[in-house]
Write a new protein. Structure first.
Ligand code: PBG
Length: 325
C-alpha cells in the first residue's frame, strides 16, 4: 500500500509536537541606549516604544528585562560631549562604563554586552579616527583599532561579560582579544559584528545613538549588500582572530548570510534585527496592514529557522512575554 504524504496539523498539540523551531526568552538580547545628557528617559521618535535612558534608570530597566526572562542586554552610550579622539568611549567614568557598573551591582546575573564603537563619541560621527584630504576622507584603521581596544578594555574593567565591536576596522578582534587577555580578562567574550552590511535600515539608530556621520558615509568600512562570499571571509577572519559569537546585521534581508554562516562555521551565530526593520513593522502596524505580535513572531521564527542562535531585537521584552510557555 502506498502512503499518501500527509501534513501533521490536526491540532495545536500535534503542530507543536512536530514544530522544528521554538522561540524562548533566551533567544533574545535587548539593546539599551543610555545617555549621559538625560535625567529621565526620552522617547526615540522614529522607534515607537524605544527610549534613551538616563544613567539612574538603566539598572532598573535591566532588572525588568531580567525579571521578564531575558538573559542579556546590549548597551549603547550617548556621551555628553563628542570630540575627535572619542574620549568618552574609553573614559573610565564614561557613560557605558558607569552603566555597566550600575547594572552589575543591581542584577549581577544578567549578561551585559557592550557595543564597542567610536561613532557615538566622535564629533564627525564616523566609527574610527578620520583624516580629510581635500574632498576625500579616510578612516585610519590602525589608530582606530588602538582606541577600540582601549574602549573594550575599559568596558571589561567595568564588568562587561561581552564586548561587541561594531566598527568593522581590520584586525580589531585580534587587538581586543590580546588587550583583554594581557589584562586578565580572558573570561570576557567577544561578539563581533562580523558581517555588517552598509544598510539603509540603520536610519532610526542614528537618531537613537545621535551618531549620523557629518560627512561622507560608511560604505568604505561596511560591506556591500551584494557580497555574500565576502561576508563569509569576514566571518572566517573574525573567528580566526578570536571572536566567540559572530553577528550578521541587518537581519531579514540577509537570511541567506545567516544560514551560510551557521552552516559553514557552526559557531554561535547572532543576528541583529536593526532599527529600520523595527520601524518598518511599526509603520505597517500603525497603518493597519498586519497585527504586530503575529508579524514579529513570524520574523523571529524565520531568523531562528535560518540559523540564528541569538537575536538582538528592540522587541526583546515583548517577545519574552509572547513566547512564555
Ligand atoms: C555602530 C552601530 C550601528 C548600529 C549598531 N551599531 C549603526 C551604524 O553602523 O550605522 C545599528 C543598529 C540599528 O540600526 O538598530 N556603532
Amino acid at each position: 500500500m502506498v502512503h499518501r504524504p500527509r501534513r501533521l496539523r490536526r491540532s495545536a498539540g500535534v503542530r507543536n509536537l512536530v514544530r522544528e523551531t521554538h522561540l524562548t526568552a533566551h533567544d533574545f538580547v535587548l539593546p539599551l541606549f543610555v545617555s549621559e545628557k538625560l535625567t529621565a528617559r526620552k522617547p526615540i521618535t522614529s522607534m515607537p516604544g524605544v527610549f534613551q535612558f538616563a544613567l539612574a534608570e538603566v539598572a532598573d530597566e535591566s532588572q525588568r528585562a531580567f525579571d521578564l526572562g531575558l538573559q542579556a542586554v546590549l548597551l549603547f552610550g550617548i556621551p555628553r560631549q563628542k570630540d575627535e579622539q572619542a574620549s568618552g568611549a574609553h573614559a573610565e567614568d564614561g557613560i557605558v562604563q558607569q552603566a555597566v557598573r550600575a547594572i552589575k551591582s543591581k542584577c549581577p546575573e544578567l549578561v551585559v554586552m557592550t557595543d564597542v564603537c567610536l561613532c557615538e563619541y566622535m564629533s564627525h560621527g564616523h566609527c574610527g579616527v578620520t583624516r580629510i584630504d581635500g574632498e576625500h576622507f579616510h578612516v585610519l584603521n590602525d589608530e582606530s583599532v588602538e582606541l577600540l581596544a582601549k574602549t573594550a578594555l575599559s568596558h571589561a574593567a567595568a564588568g562587561a561579560d561581552f564586548v561587541a565591536p561594531s566598527d568593522m576596522m581590520d584586525g580589531r578582534v585580534r587587538a581586543i582579544r590580546e588587550t583583554l587577555d594581557e589584562n586578565g580578562f580572558d573570561q570576557v567574550g567577544i561578539m563581533s559584528y562580523a558581517a555588517k552590511f552598509a544598510s539603509a535600515f540603520y536610519g532610526p539608530f542614528r537618531e537613537a545613538a545621535e551618531s549620523p556621520p557629518q560627512f561622507g558615509d560608511r560604505r568604505s568600512y561596511q560591506m556591500d549588500t551584494a557580497n555574500a562570499r565576502e561576508a563569509l571571509r569576514e566571518v572566517a577572519l573574525d573567528l580566526e582572530e578570536g571572536a566567540d559569537i559572530v553577528l550578521v546585521k541587518p537581519a531579514l534581508p540577509y537570511l541567506d548570510i545567516v544560514w551560510r554562516v551557521r552552516e559553514r562555521f557552526g559557531k554561535p551565530t547572532a543576528v541583529y534585527c536593526v532599527s529600520g526593520e523595527f520601524a518598518m513593522v511599526k509603520a505597517g502596524v500603525e497603518k493597519g496592514c498586519f497585527e504586530e505580535r503575529a508579524a514579529v513572531l513570524e520574523i523571529m521564527t524565520s531568523l531562528k529557522r535560518a540559523g540564528a542562535d541569538l537575536i538582538i531585537t528592540y522587541w526583546a521584552k515583548e517577545l519574552a512575554a509572547w513566547t512564555r510557555p
